[in-house]
Design a protein around this ligand. Structure first.
Ligand code: ADP
Ligand code: MG
Length: 478
């Protein structure tokens, strides 16, 4: 293609506060329509907004985690438009003085790490929801009206639909790590408008963009953008020009439709909201929020791959989800033994544990095996109490019952046989019983050793120490 795609995303993140941005109504999903309203949400005359401190704390957390500058004194503005889901006739937002600006987000695309610049993160309130029914009826539900949002605006730094998808994944991972939002796209907690333009490869000026609205599922981010890139390329290839417009993504048909020509800022008649004082944040608050930030996904990944020497893929998988990463960290700490120990723990989690979790459709948060129990299980292999093979059975039992490894080993009599005399007795009997194979081995068929080991294991229920068994059989067969 002779065109280079340029993409900038505006992502609305619903903040996980208990109450709404400017009033005390609960901010919850799934309540009966219009159950979560009050005079402020309804825009009744005389009702005054009071800003929710919890929303500020979450926005600061997101701003600081993305390296933004925090404005010590920012402002709320009224953004005017008419729509039935907006009873006041304006949305409280931030305009020329947003809370956070000039941050960045690290996005991993294949093997490359790309830093996407963030223009700004500002606070605003959500609108309600209209449902258009067949016939001429539309329904309005104001439960979502007034729920606090952070709008995260990226610079036009993304160059493909795949990069945009990874950006969304990185942002979702981050807000979940931070506890800023549940980041559930299907419930509208993460909503994305994609700005897309094309320019001739090699050009450094920006082409005319369109803005895609209504990308409401993770699957559709890439699909909608790819579709728009193809649409624009077709027009430009045919010698046409792109209209700057807002388009609506229709997920069902997999196409975008023109919605309106692009609005200008002055269409909204922005002005500072006289009902709200400037939003002031002091140094102590910023320092406290910064201090309380958890280790972030990118830092975790770097530590896992660097300090602990895990493969990049393993580091990515473990750091992808905060609960999984916390589990891994706890198990590594319980087990000790530095990077070597971390690798062993990582292998158990990435193979056995993730398999069982997915097979039983269990969330890591509800994992029946505590991190310390996993560490204790691995320690039982190290001190030769059980073999690696038996450990897998013990693991399954731990997962099924939630019991600790020691209890299971004792109760089921799985303790490894390390008594050389006992193993030798079994080995001698096995050799006597299979004299033909023994003769073949002695005549040079060394490969038969595995057969004898298998027989001894069978006789001992898999409990004979494998290393010792090997040595004893070799001795007896020589
Ligand atoms: P608004 O859409 O509200 O008018 P902006 O003009 O600031 O706001 O742009 C919003 C988003 O559009 C940003 O994410 C920005 O990176 C992106 N953007 C701006 N110009 C272009 C362009 N020519 N091509 C692609 N994205 C663009
Ligand atoms: Mg926009």
């Amino acid at each position: 293609m002779k065109w280079e795609p340029v993409i900038g995303l505006e992502v609305h993140v619903q903040l996980a506060t208990r109450s709404k941005a400017f009033s005390a109504s609960a901010a919850a999903f799934g309540a009966p329509p219009n159950a979560l309203t009050d005079p402020t949400v309804l825009g009744l005359p005389g009702a005054l907004p009071t800003f929710n401190h919890e929303a500020l704390m979450l926005a600061l957390r997101l701003g600081l985690a993305t390296g933004c500058e925090i404005r010590r004194r920012s402002r709320f503005a009224r953004k005017h438009y008419f729509y039935p889901d907006l009873p006041k006739g304006y949305q409280i937002s931030q305009y020329d003085e947003p809370l956070c600006a000039h941050g960045s987000l690290e996005v991993t695309v294949g093997d490359a790490v790309k830093t996407v610049r963030l223009t700004r993160i500002h606070l605003e309130e959500d609108a309600g929801k209209n449902t258009h029914q067949l016939g001429a009826t539309s329904l309005v539900d104001l439960n979502r009206a007034g729920v606090p949002l952070c709008e995260v605006v990226s610079e036009p730094d993304l160059r493909s639909a795949v990069e945009a998808g990874e950006y969304m994944r990185a942002l979702r991972r981050l807000v979940r790590y931070l506890g800023v939002s549940e980041g559930n796209m299907e419930q509208g907690q993460l909503r994305c408008d994609a700005n897309v333009s094309l320019r001739p490869v090699g050009s450094t000026t920006l082409g005319t963009r369109t803005e895609l609205k209504n990308i409401n599922s993770f699957r559709f981010v890439e699909r909608a953008i790819d579709h728009e890139i193809a649409r624009q390329a077709r027009i430009l290839d045919g010698g046409g020009t792109i209209d700057q417009e807002t388009r609506l993504w229709d997920a069902q048909q997999g196409i975008s439709l023109p919605m309106r020509s692009k609005e200008e800022a002055n269409d909204y008649r922005y002005f500072p909201d006289p009902d709200l004082p400037p939003l002031c944040v002091d140094e102590a608050t910023i320092a406290a929020v910064r201090e309380a930030l958890p280790e972030l996904p990118a830092q975790k990944r770097a530590r896992y791959a660097g300090e602990l020497g895990l493969s990049v893929d393993d580091a990515l998988t473990l750091a992808d989800d905060r609960a999984l990463a916390d589990y891994f960290d706890a198990a590594v700490t319980a087990y000790g033994k530095g990077p070597a120990g971390a690798k062993v723990i990582a292998n158990w989690i990435l193979s056995e544990l993730l398999r069982e979790l997915s097979r039983t459709d269990t969330d890591i948060a509800a994992c029946p095996i505590a991190p310390a129990s996993l560490a204790a299980l691995v320690a039982l292999i190290d001190d030769a109490t059980i073999s690696g093979k038996i450990a897998k059975d013990v693991f399954s039992e731990m997962f099924a019952t939630g019991a600790g490894p020691d209890a299971i080993v004792e109760q089921k009599g799985l303790r490894q046989v390390t008594d050389a005399g006992a193993i030798e007795k079994v080995a001698a009997a096995v050799i006597a019983e299979h004299s033909a194979q023994a003769a073949a081995y002695r005549a040079g068929k060394q490969g038969l050793l595995g057969f004898f080991v298998g027989q001894v294991m069978k006789q001992t229920g898999g409990k004979a120490n494998p290393k010792l068994t090997n040595e004893i059989l070799k001795k007896l067969l020589s």
